[in-house]
Design a protein around this ligand. Structure first.
Ligand code: AMP
Ligand code: ZN
Length: 114
């Protein structure tokens, strides 16, 4: 737990969020500024700064995030598909330095950068 980290404080319940899923490893909640009908942030309960901070000691949390994404997508009725986005670092547009995956869907997504 990093006291200065927004997402650590959300996970700890110190800052309110609209929770959609929680287990031992993962916390997921609705993005405050949704970019699609479904926009959920899937966050490891361990403070990992970004994709560059993933290593052999914490990668289980990342795997658990993706297990959770599959469950949440089902829960949210995203049977037609969805997009998962991770922004890493300044050039990647990351604004909250606690690793998170944007789960976006509920509409046909057209904008592509790849
Ligand atoms: P990123 O730019 O990839 O670091 O994503 C950070 C995301 O966190 C943005 O989409 C914000 O809208 C979202 N966000 C910031 N503060 C909150 C909050 N208190 N509750 C929910 N989402 C938030
Ligand atoms: Zn954190």
């Amino acid at each position: 737990m990093d006291q200065d980290c927004l997402f650590c404080r959300i996970i700890a319940g110190e800052i309110p969020s609209s929770k959609v899923y929680e287990d031992e490893y993962v916390f997921a909640f609705r993005d405050i500024n949704p970019q699609a009908p479904v926009h959920i942030l899937v966050v490891p309960k361990k403070h990992i700064c970004c994709a560059c901070g993933i290593n052999e000691n914490n990668s289980l949390y990342v795997a658990k995030c993706f297990e959770a994404i599959a469950k949440i997508a089902k829960q949210e009725g995203l049977m037609n598909g969805f997009r998962v986005i991770n922004n890493c670092g300044e050039d990647g547009g990351q604004t909250v330095m606690h690793l998170h995956f944007h789960l976006i869907g509920g509409v046909k997504l057209s904008e592509k950068i790849l």
